[in-house]
Design a protein around this ligand. Structure first.
Ligand SMILES: *[C@@H]1O[C@H](CO)[C@@H](O)[C@H](O)[C@H]1NC(C)=O
Length: 203
């Protein structure tokens, strides 16, 4: 009994460690066998009307499998102080919170929309680490809509930006100039990922 308990808690620990430290999900080598729940009007919430249209049904996290890279535009990375990078990302983080809390009133919809945002963003991990088959870059035509988020008086706009989740990946810029080395970087980015995950979980 005691031995069995130890064994099952070891299993739990290794399962947790497995999810924290495993390489990001790779759609080319793994499959996700789960049942999709439609979120259109989920639990009768009209604020979720049309939710599934954005990425298409059965596609909650909008993972892209193909991308169109704009070959004619060459962009080279130029490093900037990490604190300035952290400042910029903090602004984006708080803007997401502003949109979710000021423009969604149903807490269930706030919950589902924020989970979709995190999940859709998280695929970028395996792009950076070169394990997804998708190059690490950004969709320049989506980025160009940033000025449509606010009105000139600084309040959040209510305008339809005319874009959909299915537009992402159609005009991708892949900046060059990173220190990626195909011999050494697979293990060094894995070590970086593991260190960051340990910092997150506090071990
Ligand atoms: C999911 O959405 C993304 C983004 O729109 C798209 O690239 C991908 O093809 C979609 N996947 C499926 C299975 O529909």
């Amino acid at each position: 009994m005691f031995a069995k308990m130890i064994f099952s808690s070891l299993l739990t620990i290794s399962a947790l460690a497995g999810s924290a430290f495993a390489a990001p999900f790779n759609p080319q080598t793994q499959s996700l066998d789960r049942r999709y729940i439609s979120f259109n009007n989920w639990h009768g919430l009209s604020s979720l009307s049309g939710f599934d249209n954005f990425y298409g049904s059965d596609n909650f996290s909008g993972e892209i499998s193909t991308q169109v890279v704009e070959q004619e535009t060459e962009v080279v990375c130029h490093s900037l102080s990490v604190e300035i990078i952290q400042q910029k990302l903090l602004v984006l983080q708080e803007m997401a919170k502003q949109i979710i809390t000021e423009q969604i009133c149903d807490v269930e919809t706030q919950t589902i929309v924020f989970q979709q945002y995190i999940s859709a963003s998280s695929h970028f991990t395996s792009d950076i680490m070169h394990t997804s088959g998708i190059s690490a870059g950004y969709d320049s035509s989506i980025v160009s809509h940033y000025s449509g988020l606010y009105n000139s008086d600084g309040s959040l706009s209510t305008s339809d930006l005319g874009i959909s989740g299915s537009d992402v990946g159609k005009s991708v810029i892949v900046p060059t100039g990173t220190n990626w080395n195909s011999a050494t970087s697979p293990s060094s980015v894995q070590a970086a990922y593991t260190a960051a995950q340990s910092a997150i979980s506090g071990n």
